[in-house]
Design a binder for this molecule. Structure first.
Ligand SMILES: [Zn+2]
Length: 548
């Protein structure tokens, strides 16, 4: 769907409400990439250029942001992030940092002792490879730590859940009530006993009242503030349950929303078509530049690490499988065609090359049936891609949304084992996608990886092969920044208002501690955002930053 609030470019010379001066402004606008200063009137930019030109619109009432010679960039746009997690979980056990099994157990035990009031314990971020158990962990690893209430820990991949026996019991109750298996529960092949692993854990948690009772605006406020502190001014929350959309609206009405949100409604595999009228009502209700709902998130497959991504050829570590798809292909095509017809931008999660192909086929088929829509359908992740589909993505006009950090060798041990060396070598082909003309958008996928776009930019620019050589897939600094600004704006239909610093667009901008263009590439990661401005208003300022 479209932006309603297009840019308004005044012809009269106005007095600025805010000017940014003494800056090295990289605009991302290829016709005039660099500027010294810019001026805003209210929430929009009115001029970008030389100090002198900006002085002419600076009055006695104008606020001045002196950037002290620092780099100013358009606010980052994270095209695939899950800020709603903060709302859904309220509090959780932090299992990031690749803890060992002992350490996971210690953190869970400590949290359980400190929080006797929590009726279910939720944790996030463990890495199965760091646990050093063979295969995936088991419910028994948790049972002797906590057996008085359910525990569910989700892996860093955001999909894989590891529950104790109490959690498995709750999940089985929920499935019995629903009359079907949910969440792709793993069972022991010989005994059929559930192991405690769920390949799509979020489908179960959405059904449990004890998880719903944890929902907390304070948790959402926390994740939104975290995004502001790393310079994100627009977040595409790619998977929000219909029932949770109102949380963003409430936060906004309370004046506490500091990041512009665009949301995609989560479409569980069993969503009846009768739900679509509700989805359309949400799009009409939440439809301005602070909070807009205009997309749908679907899954066609899972993740390589658990052999649930759909591949064209069998897995390297299990030749009996190519992974399953969430829908039979014909069903998926028909769902996509209907969602396209009624006006949604569709974001399909597809990690494997077969998943990507099925998504592309479905998008092409929808265009044949309904005409070319301009919805800019997307494929999320695209980690393995067949060579012939790289050109096709650009040709069909589908947007690949990819996460640079997911390709890092420290996160891909299990991924590489699953797909083998040849598909590893060809994985995450950013360079080829750009060369083919694809509008490649970058994103964090937080909480699956760090939210900081500067970490993503660092990885995109400095990507290396397993042998430690510069990767042929790495991109330039300009391309990496575009992935988090200009191209992300296109992926989110916000390019009329953001993604570059130009007169008429919103004054959504950041000040960075060091000039990324002067830093040796391997030190990009040391830079940090010191100031974030959204719509001409400061929403974040590092403790040691100067200026208003
Ligand atoms: Zn995601």
């Amino acid at each position: 769907m479209r932006d309603t609030d297009g840019p308004v470019v005044g012809t009269l010379i106005r007095t600025a409400t805010l000017v940014v001066r003494n800056a090295r402004i990289y605009t991302t606008d290829s016709t005039r990439p660099w500027a010294e200063a810019l001026a805003c009137d209210g929430e929009r930019i009115i001029a970008v250029g030389k100090e002198k030109a900006i002085d002419a619109v600076t009055g006695s009432q104008t606020k001045v942001l002196d950037a002290s010679g620092r780099l100013v960039l358009p606010g980052f746009i994270d095209a695939h992030v899950h800020l709603i997690w903060g709302y859904e979980l309220g509090t959780w056990i932090d299992l990031t940092g690749r803890p060992s099994l002992d350490e996971v157990q210690r953190r869970v035990a400590t949290h359980a002792a400190v929080h006797p009031e929590e009726e279910i314990l939720l944790g996030h971020g463990f890495d199965y490879a760091a646990l050093r158990v063979s295969g995936l962990p088991d419910k028994r690893h948790l049972d002797y730590i906590v057996n008085d209430r359910p525990v569910l820990l989700t892996a860093w991949d955001g999909h894989t859940g590891w529950g104790n026996s109490r959690f498995v019991d709750r999940a089985l109750e929920a499935m019995a009530a629903a009359g079907r298996e949910i969440g792709e529960m793993q069972r022991n092949a010989a005994t059929r006993e559930p192991t405690g692993i769920f390949h799509r854990a979020f489908d179960i948690t959405g059904l449990l009242p004890e998880v719903q009772r944890r929902r907390s605006l304070a948790g959402l406020q926390q994740t939104v503030s975290m995004a502001s502190a790393v310079g994100i001014t627009t977040a595409f929350d790619v998977q929000v349950n219909y029932e949770d959309l109102a949380a963003y609206d409430t936060l906004r009405k309370q004046g506490r929303l500091t990041v512009r949100i665009r949301a995609a409604i989560y479409h569980p595999a069993d969503s009846p078509r009768s739900r679509y009228s509700d989805f359309l009502v949400a799009c009409r209700r939440y439809d301005d530049d602070w909070f807009r709902v205009a997309a749908i998130k679907l899954y066609i497959d899972g993740v390589q690490e658990t052999t649930t991504a759909a591949l064209l050829e069998p897995y390297a570590n299990d030749s009996t499988t190519r992974g399953e798809t969430v829908y039979p292909e014909a069903d998926f095509q028909s769902i996509v065609a209907e969602l396209d017809r009624i006006g949604f931008q569709i974001c399909t999660h597809a990690c494997g090359d077969r998943g990507v192909r099925i998504a592309l086929d479905a998008y092409e088929r929808a265009a044949q049936l309904n005409g070319t829509s301009g919805h800019r359908h997307r494929i999320e992740h695209c980690e393995n891609l067949a060579a012939e589909d790289i050109a096709r993505i650009a040709h069909v006009g589908v947007i690949p949304c990819m996460m640079p950090r997911h390709s890092s060798p420290d996160l891909t041990a299990r991924w590489r084992e699953a797909v083998g060396p040849e598909r590893t070598r060809r994985g995450f082909p950013w360079r080829e996608l750009l060369a083919a003309g694809a509008e490649l958008a970058f994103a964090s996928d937080w909480p699956v990886a760090e939210i900081d776009p500067l970490i993503g930019i660092h990885e995109a620019v400095n990507r290396r092969t397993l042998e430690g050589d510069p990767s042929a897939h790495r991109v330039s600094l300009v391309e990496a920044i575009a992935g988090y600004t200009r191209r992300a704006a296109y992926a989110c239909h916000t390019e009329a208002n953001g993604g570059s610093l130009e007169a008429g667009k919103y004054a959504d901008l950041i000040v960075v501690s060091q000039n990324l263009f002067d830093l040796p590439p391997e030190r990009i990661r040391e830079a940090r955002v010191v100031k974030t401005v959204v719509g001409g208003q400061s929403v974040y300022r590092a403790a040691d930053a100067t200026g208003p």
